[in-house]
Design a protein around this ligand. Sequence first.
Ligand code: TXA
Ligand code: MG
Length: 314
Amino acid sequence: MIAPADKESITRAAVLLREGKLVAFPTETVYGLGGDATSDKAVAAIYAAKGRPQFNPLIIHAAEPHALDDFIEWNETARLLAAQLWPGPITLVLPRKKSCPVSLLASAGMDTLAVRIPSHPIAQQLLKEVGRPIAAPSANASGKLSPTTPVHVAESLGDKVDMILAGGKSAVGLESTVVDLVSSKPRILRPGGITREQLEKLLGSIDIASGSETPLAPGMLPSHYAPDLPLRMNADAAAADEALLTFGPDAFVKGGATRRNLSKAGDLEEAAANLFAMLRQLDQGKFRAIAVMPIPETGLGAAINDRLRRAQTR
Ligand code: TXA
Ligand code: MG
């Protein structure tokens, strides 16, 4: 069921998607569980495969910004961010056009639509061949860790997906940054692969939606991205029965039945790319909990800590 993403299997995947089937495919952030966004049936199948609460809307993917013209109302900020940051790990939430052909189920009945142009070459080829908007949440069971390899997808969704296109390890490793461009001032709804600092360079200041507001995004739910084991952040040492996730030089950190290092060099991009895979490796019943060393809150650290906080909440 895992197919190496050569020309032939990309074409087969495009055919499956046009038939309303589900295909998991690589993106630079995490693997997506794709379905034809214009088909209510395909979108319903995505929710069913993930076990996802249906009020959580999906991101619509296309090969290039122009392909979104029939779906959303562009504004000046959206054009600027699209020109500067697409294709790439950022999702824009915009008003949905009245005539938008995307299934209402995909946007959970809201009058807005979240759209993204991924940069991964296999995602690009696939989206071009399908020629339709593709709804794609992360290809994992709802609330669980996001997949950054084809094997993660197979472990999480098994035969609930008709095909898994294999395209190696996701380079960014964290989901896209979701930015609300409907409100009068742009707001980050979910921190992710594009940092607040990058956005502030382009837009001046930008707000971050606080956790106390009504969650517009499931990524904003207090508990999400969760391993099965309890998780403990900002650990300066680990117990003998805890698995330990470290960052930077870790020789001085005591304890831990086993440990993984997100980035020995203390590089936040490397750490983001390793986060979900390493959490999976440590999420084993033989340990009592996962202890995680402090991660700086700057740059991609904000998104890493956001995922860890939600994994810690249960
Ligand atoms: O990197 C990513 O964004 C990956 C890859 C596959 O593209 N996709 C992803 O999808 O993370 P998902 O469904 O796991 O997360 C989508 C996020 C959720 O937090 C959802 O609530 C939010 O986007 N979202 C979708 N439509 C929205 C809307 N109309 N308004 C506000 N938030 C929305
Ligand atoms: Mg997700």
